[in-house]
Design a protein around this ligand. Sequence first.
Ligand SMILES: [Zn+2]
Length: 286
Amino acid sequence: MQESLTKFVFLNHQIKGEIIQVNKVFEEFTVHKNYPQPVKKILGELFIATNLMAATLKFKGKITTQIQGNGPLNLAVINTTNNFINKGTARYDTKLIKKDMSFKQLLGDAQLIVSIEPDQGEKYQGVIALDKDSLSDCIKQYFLQSEQIDTDLIIRVDANINNLAGILLQKLPSNSDSDITTDLNSFEHVLTLANTIKNDEIFELSPNDILYRLFNQEKVKVFESEAISFNCGCSQDKSDTVVRSLGLEEANKILSEQGKISIICEYCGKEYYFDKDKIEQLFISH
Ligand SMILES: [Zn+2]
């Protein structure tokens, strides 16, 4: 499987689309956490949805999606960029999670907060209720509500083997210069075709082969695939800064109570620890 996002556009309809496939990146993303399968599945769905949403942005910046609810899974966050560099995490109550819980049972009363942060310009936020049976239905609602754009998403996740994939289809605004019109029928037609994709096809085939398999009767232009990656952003330097900001007195206090200062990255699980020698060095060199 490739780890990429590929955009495409129909030349005979005013419709554009994206395909995403992820495997190793999600493994890296979750390997240090012992997520229960239902949690991992929703985090995987949110991962796919967020990257598909990021690919619709027309500027450089970041997008964060956050599920907040009162169910056993009470928080799931994915943060990605216009270059598809991802980090994210989930919080949940292990004792309350059962294997076959539905989307609604896991989340309880929940909402999805979408924060979009352009590198240049104002940050903005949208909130939608997670009151439908699947995340993709809720995201469809988000596009309709916030951008008045007809959008459909297919999200497939096999959390056991870290296979994630998705397809987004979106109607383009009608263009008066163009003689191509997209009535609802042609959008429905394309959606019907897209929904015939089987899991083994969307997980195993290349983006080009998937598009051929689905739309070989249509005229589709495919753009170059873009890589998906994981980067939590933690580093020794950043951890040093955190410890320095405590001040020597506070650092020594923690040291005497706990024997060391430990900073654990919540995204990758890496531990940065500071013993007496390291702390002395840190405060001498600055
Ligand atoms: Zn990290």
